[in-house]
Ligand binder design. Sequence first.
Ligand SMILES: [Zn+2]
Length: 132
Amino acid sequence: MKLELSLLSGELATEFKTVQAMVAIYCRDHHQDDHQGKSLCKSCRELIDYAEMRLDRCPYGQKKPTCNKCPIHCYKPQPKEQMQAVMRYAGPRMLFPHPILSIRHLLHERRAVPAKPGAGLSNRSQRKNRGE
Ligand SMILES: [Zn+2]
């Protein structure tokens, strides 16, 4: 699994870590036969890469609400379905191996969704502004 957080920072990096941990739990329990010695199967690795790209481009940037509360539905139907299955399965199983990430996520979920984001807040725009 790719663990270096090359693109994301702050809250987005934490959210990405949460997603990675959830996909890892899901993949371990559902796709054992597809691992070929790697920690994640190919389709779960692709899902994680997709999630990273979506987080990078999220128009809320660092003010992002949790995905299940977000009014912007940015996932395409196929990865969306895949991710919903992951969340449903791994959500309740996160507390024991990842108590801090889980609690942060639950607290974050209770925050109000911020007002519609202005332009240029996404992690990607911010990276571009910094000249990265
Ligand atoms: Zn998998």
